[in-house]
Design a protein around this ligand. Structure first.
Ligand code: AMP
Ligand code: GLY
Length: 428
Protein backbone atom coordinates (compact mmCIF):
# COMPACT_ATOMS: atom_id res chain seq x y z
CA UNK A 1 0.00 0.00 0.00
CA UNK A 2 1.26 3.48 -0.87
CA UNK A 3 0.78 5.99 1.94
CA UNK A 4 0.94 9.77 2.07
CA UNK A 5 1.76 11.56 5.32
CA UNK A 6 0.90 15.25 5.36
CA UNK A 7 3.08 17.60 7.42
CA UNK A 8 6.72 18.45 8.04
CA UNK A 9 7.39 18.12 11.76
CA UNK A 10 8.85 15.61 14.19
CA UNK A 11 5.40 14.08 14.59
CA UNK A 12 5.28 13.29 10.88
CA UNK A 13 8.82 11.85 10.92
CA UNK A 14 7.79 9.56 13.79
CA UNK A 15 4.60 8.54 11.93
CA UNK A 16 6.65 7.73 8.81
CA UNK A 17 9.11 5.76 10.95
CA UNK A 18 6.32 3.65 12.42
CA UNK A 19 4.51 3.24 9.08
CA UNK A 20 7.78 2.08 7.48
CA UNK A 21 7.81 -0.95 9.82
CA UNK A 22 4.53 -2.28 8.48
CA UNK A 23 4.69 -5.12 5.97
CA UNK A 24 1.58 -3.65 4.30
CA UNK A 25 3.43 -0.44 3.49
CA UNK A 26 5.09 -0.23 0.09
CA UNK A 27 5.98 3.41 -0.55
CA UNK A 28 5.66 6.37 1.84
CA UNK A 29 5.38 9.94 0.62
CA UNK A 30 5.67 12.97 2.90
CA UNK A 31 4.20 16.31 1.85
CA UNK A 32 6.23 18.39 2.27
CA UNK A 33 8.32 16.40 4.79
CA UNK A 34 11.76 17.36 6.11
CA UNK A 35 15.35 16.13 6.00
CA UNK A 36 14.44 13.28 8.37
CA UNK A 37 11.43 12.00 6.43
CA UNK A 38 13.54 12.05 3.26
CA UNK A 39 15.59 9.19 4.75
CA UNK A 40 12.59 6.83 4.84
CA UNK A 41 9.99 8.41 2.57
CA UNK A 42 9.89 10.39 -0.63
CA UNK A 43 9.36 14.08 0.09
CA UNK A 44 6.85 15.79 -2.16
CA UNK A 45 6.89 19.58 -2.43
CA UNK A 46 3.14 20.16 -2.06
CA UNK A 47 1.65 22.53 0.55
CA UNK A 48 -0.42 20.94 3.32
CA UNK A 49 -3.50 22.97 2.37
CA UNK A 50 -3.26 22.49 -1.39
CA UNK A 51 -5.95 19.80 -1.44
CA UNK A 52 -6.33 19.74 -5.22
CA UNK A 53 -2.60 19.11 -5.73
CA UNK A 54 -2.51 16.53 -2.92
CA UNK A 55 -5.48 14.71 -4.47
CA UNK A 56 -3.90 14.73 -7.91
CA UNK A 57 -0.67 13.40 -6.42
CA UNK A 58 -2.51 10.54 -4.69
CA UNK A 59 -4.11 9.52 -7.96
CA UNK A 60 -0.85 9.67 -9.89
CA UNK A 61 0.99 7.46 -7.35
CA UNK A 62 -1.82 5.12 -6.37
CA UNK A 63 -1.86 6.34 -2.77
CA UNK A 64 -4.46 4.37 -0.80
CA UNK A 65 -4.07 5.90 2.67
CA UNK A 66 -3.58 9.54 3.66
CA UNK A 67 -2.49 10.37 7.20
CA UNK A 68 -3.01 14.01 8.11
CA UNK A 69 -0.44 15.15 10.70
CA UNK A 70 -1.32 18.76 11.61
CA UNK A 71 -4.69 20.33 12.43
CA UNK A 72 -4.71 23.02 9.72
CA UNK A 73 -5.77 20.85 6.77
CA UNK A 74 -8.38 19.09 8.93
CA UNK A 75 -9.99 22.32 10.08
CA UNK A 76 -9.83 23.53 6.47
CA UNK A 77 -11.73 20.45 5.30
CA UNK A 78 -9.29 18.07 3.62
CA UNK A 79 -11.58 15.11 4.33
CA UNK A 80 -14.63 16.96 2.98
CA UNK A 81 -12.64 17.78 -0.17
CA UNK A 82 -11.59 14.16 -0.74
CA UNK A 83 -15.11 12.87 -0.04
CA UNK A 84 -16.66 15.25 -2.55
CA UNK A 85 -14.38 14.28 -5.42
CA UNK A 86 -15.60 11.06 -7.09
CA UNK A 87 -12.02 10.01 -7.93
CA UNK A 88 -10.74 10.63 -4.39
CA UNK A 89 -13.60 9.49 -2.23
CA UNK A 90 -12.37 5.90 -1.90
CA UNK A 91 -8.92 6.90 -0.67
CA UNK A 92 -8.70 6.12 3.05
CA UNK A 93 -7.95 9.15 5.17
CA UNK A 94 -7.04 9.49 8.84
CA UNK A 95 -8.50 12.68 10.27
CA UNK A 96 -12.02 14.02 10.78
CA UNK A 97 -13.98 16.26 8.44
CA UNK A 98 -14.55 19.93 9.10
CA UNK A 99 -17.41 19.20 11.52
CA UNK A 100 -15.34 16.88 13.74
CA UNK A 101 -12.22 19.06 13.51
CA UNK A 102 -14.19 21.81 15.27
CA UNK A 103 -13.36 19.92 18.47
CA UNK A 104 -9.93 21.48 18.00
CA UNK A 105 -10.71 24.40 15.67
CA UNK A 106 -13.21 26.09 17.97
CA UNK A 107 -12.75 26.05 21.73
CA UNK A 108 -16.28 27.43 22.09
CA UNK A 109 -17.67 24.52 20.05
CA UNK A 110 -15.70 21.99 22.08
CA UNK A 111 -16.76 23.56 25.38
CA UNK A 112 -20.45 23.48 24.39
CA UNK A 113 -19.99 19.91 23.12
CA UNK A 114 -18.57 18.85 26.50
CA UNK A 115 -21.41 20.55 28.34
CA UNK A 116 -24.02 18.87 26.09
CA UNK A 117 -22.50 15.48 26.84
CA UNK A 118 -21.68 16.02 30.54
CA UNK A 119 -17.95 15.60 30.00
CA UNK A 120 -15.92 17.03 32.91
CA UNK A 121 -14.17 20.27 31.97
CA UNK A 122 -13.41 23.69 33.43
CA UNK A 123 -16.35 26.11 33.74
CA UNK A 124 -16.22 28.77 31.07
CA UNK A 125 -18.13 31.62 29.42
CA UNK A 126 -17.63 32.83 25.85
CA UNK A 127 -17.63 36.51 24.84
CA UNK A 128 -17.42 38.45 21.56
CA UNK A 129 -16.07 41.99 21.02
CA UNK A 130 -19.59 43.41 21.23
CA UNK A 131 -19.87 41.95 24.78
CA UNK A 132 -16.65 43.53 26.08
CA UNK A 133 -18.39 45.26 29.01
CA UNK A 134 -20.06 42.01 30.04
CA UNK A 135 -16.75 40.17 29.73
CA UNK A 136 -15.07 42.72 32.00
CA UNK A 137 -17.92 42.55 34.52
CA UNK A 138 -17.65 38.77 34.46
CA UNK A 139 -13.90 38.92 35.12
CA UNK A 140 -14.67 41.01 38.24
CA UNK A 141 -16.47 37.93 39.61
CA UNK A 142 -13.64 35.46 38.80
CA UNK A 143 -11.00 34.26 41.21
CA UNK A 144 -7.46 34.41 39.70
CA UNK A 145 -5.66 32.74 38.06
CA UNK A 146 -8.02 33.39 35.17
CA UNK A 147 -7.64 31.46 31.92
CA UNK A 148 -8.38 33.32 28.67
CA UNK A 149 -8.61 31.26 25.49
CA UNK A 150 -8.90 32.40 21.91
CA UNK A 151 -11.70 30.41 20.29
CA UNK A 152 -9.87 29.60 17.05
CA UNK A 153 -6.50 28.13 16.07
CA UNK A 154 -3.64 30.30 17.29
CA UNK A 155 -0.63 28.05 16.76
CA UNK A 156 -0.56 26.94 20.40
CA UNK A 157 -0.29 30.52 21.67
CA UNK A 158 -3.97 31.31 22.20
CA UNK A 159 -4.18 30.53 25.93
CA UNK A 160 -3.21 33.23 28.42
CA UNK A 161 -3.31 32.68 32.16
CA UNK A 162 -3.71 35.94 34.08
CA UNK A 163 -2.72 36.22 37.70
CA UNK A 164 -5.02 39.15 38.51
CA UNK A 165 -8.39 40.49 37.44
CA UNK A 166 -6.71 43.71 36.22
CA UNK A 167 -4.34 41.80 33.96
CA UNK A 168 -7.16 39.58 32.64
CA UNK A 169 -9.21 42.69 31.77
CA UNK A 170 -6.32 44.17 29.80
CA UNK A 171 -5.65 40.86 28.05
CA UNK A 172 -9.25 40.28 27.03
CA UNK A 173 -9.37 43.76 25.50
CA UNK A 174 -6.21 42.95 23.53
CA UNK A 175 -7.75 39.70 22.34
CA UNK A 176 -11.29 40.82 21.51
CA UNK A 177 -10.86 44.41 20.44
CA UNK A 178 -7.29 44.59 19.15
CA UNK A 179 -7.60 41.08 17.67
CA UNK A 180 -4.34 39.92 19.23
CA UNK A 181 -4.78 36.54 17.51
CA UNK A 182 -6.63 37.85 14.46
CA UNK A 183 -9.95 36.13 13.72
CA UNK A 184 -8.99 33.36 16.18
CA UNK A 185 -9.74 35.76 19.04
CA UNK A 186 -13.00 37.13 17.63
CA UNK A 187 -14.48 35.02 20.45
CA UNK A 188 -12.72 34.43 23.76
CA UNK A 189 -13.46 31.95 26.55
CA UNK A 190 -12.96 33.01 30.13
CA UNK A 191 -12.25 29.79 31.93
CA UNK A 192 -11.79 28.55 35.46
CA UNK A 193 -8.20 27.58 36.30
CA UNK A 194 -7.67 23.89 36.92
CA UNK A 195 -4.89 23.10 39.32
CA UNK A 196 -3.26 19.76 38.65
CA UNK A 197 -0.92 17.74 36.49
CA UNK A 198 -1.46 17.27 32.75
CA UNK A 199 -1.76 14.10 30.70
CA UNK A 200 -2.10 13.59 26.95
CA UNK A 201 -4.42 10.74 25.99
CA UNK A 202 -4.57 9.47 22.40
CA UNK A 203 -7.56 7.77 20.85
CA UNK A 204 -7.81 6.28 17.38
CA UNK A 205 -11.44 5.91 16.40
CA UNK A 206 -13.52 4.80 13.44
CA UNK A 207 -16.41 6.86 14.78
CA UNK A 208 -17.98 3.96 16.72
CA UNK A 209 -15.22 1.92 18.26
CA UNK A 210 -11.85 3.09 19.42
CA UNK A 211 -8.44 2.01 20.66
CA UNK A 212 -6.28 3.83 23.17
CA UNK A 213 -2.65 4.47 22.24
CA UNK A 214 0.00 4.84 24.95
CA UNK A 215 -0.50 7.97 27.05
CA UNK A 216 2.15 10.67 27.39
CA UNK A 217 3.06 13.73 29.39
CA UNK A 218 4.12 16.84 27.52
CA UNK A 219 6.46 19.57 28.81
CA UNK A 220 5.13 22.80 27.34
CA UNK A 221 7.25 25.54 28.89
CA UNK A 222 10.58 26.61 27.44
CA UNK A 223 12.42 26.65 30.76
CA UNK A 224 13.45 23.96 33.22
CA UNK A 225 11.11 23.56 36.17
CA UNK A 226 8.20 24.45 33.83
CA UNK A 227 9.07 28.13 33.74
CA UNK A 228 8.92 30.69 30.97
CA UNK A 229 6.94 30.91 27.76
CA UNK A 230 4.68 28.22 26.36
CA UNK A 231 6.03 26.31 23.36
CA UNK A 232 4.67 23.60 21.08
CA UNK A 233 6.23 21.12 23.52
CA UNK A 234 9.80 20.68 24.74
CA UNK A 235 9.65 16.99 25.52
CA UNK A 236 7.42 14.07 26.38
CA UNK A 237 7.45 10.87 28.37
CA UNK A 238 5.47 7.67 28.05
CA UNK A 239 4.23 5.85 30.11
CA UNK A 240 3.14 8.33 32.78
CA UNK A 241 3.31 7.04 36.35
CA UNK A 242 0.07 8.63 37.55
CA UNK A 243 -1.89 7.26 34.58
CA UNK A 244 -2.78 4.12 36.53
CA UNK A 245 -5.30 1.56 35.24
CA UNK A 246 -7.89 3.07 37.59
CA UNK A 247 -7.25 6.63 36.40
CA UNK A 248 -7.31 5.58 32.73
CA UNK A 249 -10.54 3.71 33.27
CA UNK A 250 -12.08 6.87 34.78
CA UNK A 251 -10.94 8.76 31.68
CA UNK A 252 -12.51 6.18 29.39
CA UNK A 253 -15.82 6.14 31.23
CA UNK A 254 -16.26 9.85 31.89
CA UNK A 255 -14.50 11.32 28.85
CA UNK A 256 -13.66 9.01 25.93
CA UNK A 257 -16.92 7.05 25.69
CA UNK A 258 -19.13 10.14 26.11
CA UNK A 259 -17.02 11.95 23.49
CA UNK A 260 -17.47 9.21 20.89
CA UNK A 261 -21.12 8.79 21.79
CA UNK A 262 -21.59 12.56 21.58
CA UNK A 263 -20.11 12.63 18.07
CA UNK A 264 -22.45 9.83 16.98
CA UNK A 265 -25.46 11.58 18.54
CA UNK A 266 -24.61 14.81 16.75
CA UNK A 267 -24.22 13.03 13.42
CA UNK A 268 -20.51 13.82 13.17
CA UNK A 269 -18.62 11.04 11.42
CA UNK A 270 -15.13 10.89 12.91
CA UNK A 271 -12.34 8.70 11.61
CA UNK A 272 -9.00 9.63 13.04
CA UNK A 273 -7.16 10.63 16.17
CA UNK A 274 -8.63 12.39 19.15
CA UNK A 275 -5.93 13.76 21.41
CA UNK A 276 -7.49 14.66 24.73
CA UNK A 277 -5.54 17.06 26.92
CA UNK A 278 -6.45 16.09 30.48
CA UNK A 279 -5.83 17.81 33.80
CA UNK A 280 -5.61 15.44 36.73
CA UNK A 281 -7.12 17.44 39.57
CA UNK A 282 -6.66 15.44 42.76
CA UNK A 283 -7.31 12.16 40.95
CA UNK A 284 -10.25 13.42 38.88
CA UNK A 285 -9.76 13.91 35.12
CA UNK A 286 -10.99 17.08 33.39
CA UNK A 287 -10.66 17.93 29.70
CA UNK A 288 -8.50 20.98 28.98
CA UNK A 289 -8.78 20.65 25.23
CA UNK A 290 -9.36 18.30 22.34
CA UNK A 291 -7.09 18.05 19.31
CA UNK A 292 -8.08 16.32 16.10
CA UNK A 293 -4.58 14.92 15.52
CA UNK A 294 -1.64 13.41 17.35
CA UNK A 295 0.60 15.58 19.55
CA UNK A 296 4.08 16.81 18.81
CA UNK A 297 6.41 15.82 20.53
CA UNK A 298 4.18 13.17 22.17
CA UNK A 299 4.01 11.12 18.96
CA UNK A 300 7.78 10.72 19.07
CA UNK A 301 7.45 9.04 22.51
CA UNK A 302 4.22 7.16 21.73
CA UNK A 303 5.07 5.51 18.37
CA UNK A 304 8.15 3.67 19.69
CA UNK A 305 5.92 2.06 22.36
CA UNK A 306 3.38 0.62 19.91
CA UNK A 307 4.17 -2.96 18.98
CA UNK A 308 1.14 -3.53 16.74
CA UNK A 309 1.11 -2.83 13.02
CA UNK A 310 0.08 0.81 12.98
CA UNK A 311 -0.89 0.83 9.32
CA UNK A 312 -3.30 -2.02 9.96
CA UNK A 313 -4.86 -0.03 12.82
CA UNK A 314 -5.20 3.12 10.73
CA UNK A 315 -6.70 1.21 7.81
CA UNK A 316 -9.23 -0.34 10.22
CA UNK A 317 -10.10 3.07 11.63
CA UNK A 318 -10.55 4.56 8.17
CA UNK A 319 -12.60 1.54 7.03
CA UNK A 320 -14.83 1.59 10.11
CA UNK A 321 -13.81 -1.81 11.49
CA UNK A 322 -11.80 -1.11 14.62
CA UNK A 323 -14.12 -3.32 16.67
CA UNK A 324 -12.13 -5.99 18.52
CA UNK A 325 -8.79 -4.48 17.44
CA UNK A 326 -6.16 -4.33 20.15
CA UNK A 327 -3.03 -2.25 20.48
CA UNK A 328 -0.07 -4.15 21.80
CA UNK A 329 2.06 -1.86 23.91
CA UNK A 330 5.75 -2.16 24.70
CA UNK A 331 6.45 -1.96 28.44
CA UNK A 332 9.59 0.10 27.91
CA UNK A 333 9.77 3.74 28.93
CA UNK A 334 10.29 6.38 26.28
CA UNK A 335 11.56 9.90 26.86
CA UNK A 336 11.61 12.48 24.08
CA UNK A 337 13.57 15.71 24.25
CA UNK A 338 13.08 18.53 21.76
CA UNK A 339 16.28 20.24 20.62
CA UNK A 340 15.38 23.78 19.60
CA UNK A 341 16.89 26.85 17.99
CA UNK A 342 18.18 29.49 20.43
CA UNK A 343 15.46 32.12 20.91
CA UNK A 344 12.51 29.76 20.31
CA UNK A 345 9.54 30.22 20.97
CA UNK A 346 10.43 33.83 20.16
CA UNK A 347 12.64 34.82 17.25
CA UNK A 348 15.41 32.51 16.18
CA UNK A 349 17.84 32.02 13.33
CA UNK A 350 17.70 29.14 10.86
CA UNK A 351 20.20 27.69 8.39
CA UNK A 352 22.65 26.55 11.10
CA UNK A 353 24.65 23.45 10.25
CA UNK A 354 23.79 20.47 12.49
CA UNK A 355 26.73 18.35 13.56
CA UNK A 356 26.89 14.97 15.27
CA UNK A 357 24.12 13.20 13.36
CA UNK A 358 26.52 10.67 11.85
CA UNK A 359 27.11 8.79 15.15
CA UNK A 360 25.58 5.34 15.57
CA UNK A 361 23.17 5.72 18.47
CA UNK A 362 20.53 3.61 20.20
CA UNK A 363 18.19 6.55 20.64
CA UNK A 364 15.83 7.55 17.83
CA UNK A 365 16.44 10.89 16.17
CA UNK A 366 13.35 12.48 14.65
CA UNK A 367 13.65 15.62 12.59
CA UNK A 368 11.29 18.55 13.12
CA UNK A 369 12.59 21.73 11.53
CA UNK A 370 15.44 20.62 9.27
CA UNK A 371 16.33 20.80 5.63
CA UNK A 372 19.02 19.24 3.48
CA UNK A 373 21.47 21.36 1.56
CA UNK A 374 24.05 19.47 -0.47
CA UNK A 375 25.22 16.93 2.10
CA UNK A 376 24.51 19.08 5.12
CA UNK A 377 21.49 19.07 7.37
CA UNK A 378 20.54 22.60 8.37
CA UNK A 379 18.18 23.94 11.02
CA UNK A 380 14.97 25.16 9.47
CA UNK A 381 12.57 25.82 12.32
CA UNK A 382 12.14 26.33 16.07
CA UNK A 383 11.89 22.73 17.16
CA UNK A 384 14.70 21.20 15.12
CA UNK A 385 15.09 17.62 16.38
CA UNK A 386 13.26 15.37 18.80
CA UNK A 387 15.38 12.60 20.27
CA UNK A 388 13.70 9.61 21.91
CA UNK A 389 15.50 7.37 24.36
CA UNK A 390 14.12 4.04 25.54
CA UNK A 391 14.85 1.97 28.59
CA UNK A 392 13.52 -0.44 31.17
CA UNK A 393 12.95 2.51 33.48
CA UNK A 394 12.38 6.21 33.13
CA UNK A 395 15.90 6.73 34.38
CA UNK A 396 17.42 4.47 31.70
CA UNK A 397 15.40 6.17 28.98
CA UNK A 398 16.51 9.59 30.24
CA UNK A 399 20.14 8.52 30.29
CA UNK A 400 19.91 7.31 26.71
CA UNK A 401 18.23 10.41 25.37
CA UNK A 402 20.55 12.87 27.11
CA UNK A 403 23.65 10.89 26.12
CA UNK A 404 22.59 11.19 22.47
CA UNK A 405 21.55 14.84 22.77
CA UNK A 406 25.01 15.69 24.11
CA UNK A 407 26.57 14.48 20.84
CA UNK A 408 24.56 16.84 18.67
CA UNK A 409 25.56 20.44 18.12
CA UNK A 410 24.62 23.59 16.24
CA UNK A 411 25.09 27.23 17.02
CA UNK A 412 22.40 28.33 19.47
CA UNK A 413 21.15 24.80 20.31
CA UNK A 414 19.00 24.60 23.45
CA UNK A 415 17.10 21.82 25.21
CA UNK A 416 15.60 21.21 28.62
CA UNK A 417 17.65 18.88 30.83
CA UNK A 418 14.74 18.04 33.14
CA UNK A 419 12.29 16.17 30.90
CA UNK A 420 10.75 13.39 32.99
CA UNK A 421 12.51 14.44 36.16
CA UNK A 422 9.27 15.43 37.91
CA UNK A 423 7.93 11.89 37.40
CA UNK A 424 11.03 10.19 38.87
CA UNK A 425 9.77 10.88 42.36
CA UNK A 426 6.15 11.83 41.71
CA UNK A 427 3.81 10.73 44.46
CA UNK A 428 0.29 11.13 43.15
P1 AMP B 1 -4.13 24.64 25.11
O1 AMP B 1 -3.63 25.55 24.02
O2 AMP B 1 -5.62 24.60 25.24
O3 AMP B 1 -3.41 23.34 25.12
O4 AMP B 1 -3.64 25.28 26.46
C1 AMP B 1 -2.28 25.51 26.68
C2 AMP B 1 -1.94 25.21 28.09
O5 AMP B 1 -2.62 26.11 28.96
C3 AMP B 1 -2.40 23.84 28.57
O6 AMP B 1 -1.51 22.84 28.20
C4 AMP B 1 -2.44 24.04 30.05
O7 AMP B 1 -1.14 23.96 30.59
C5 AMP B 1 -2.90 25.47 30.18
N1 AMP B 1 -4.35 25.50 30.42
C6 AMP B 1 -5.33 25.55 29.52
N2 AMP B 1 -6.54 25.58 30.10
C7 AMP B 1 -6.32 25.56 31.43
C8 AMP B 1 -7.16 25.58 32.59
N3 AMP B 1 -8.48 25.65 32.50
N4 AMP B 1 -6.56 25.53 33.79
C9 AMP B 1 -5.22 25.46 33.91
N5 AMP B 1 -4.38 25.46 32.88
C10 AMP B 1 -4.91 25.51 31.65
N1 GLY C 1 2.36 18.92 22.33
C1 GLY C 1 1.09 19.50 22.25
C2 GLY C 1 0.45 19.51 20.94
O1 GLY C 1 0.84 18.83 20.02
O2 GLY C 1 -0.53 20.23 20.81
Amino acid sequence: MNILVIGNGGREHALCWKIRQSPICEQIYAAPGNAGTSLIAENVPIGINDFAALGKFCLSKGVKLVVVGPEGPLVNGIRDFFEQEPELKDILLIGPGKAGAQLEGSKDFSKQFMLRHHIPTAKARTFEASDLTHAIDYISTCKPPIVLKADGLAGGKGVIISLSQGEAKAVIKEMLVNKKFGEASAKVLIEEFLNGIELSVFVLTDGRDYVLLPEAKDYKRIGEGDLGLNTGGMGAVSPVSFATAAFMSKIEETIIKPTIYGLIQEGIEYKGFIFVGIMNVGGEPYVIEYNARMGDPETQAVMPRIKSDFVELMVSAANGDLKNKKVEIDEHHAVTVALVSGGYPGEYKTGKSIRGLEHEVDALIFHGGTKKQNNNVLTDGGRVLAITGKGNSLEEARNQVYQTASQVYWEGLYYRKDIGQDLMNYKG
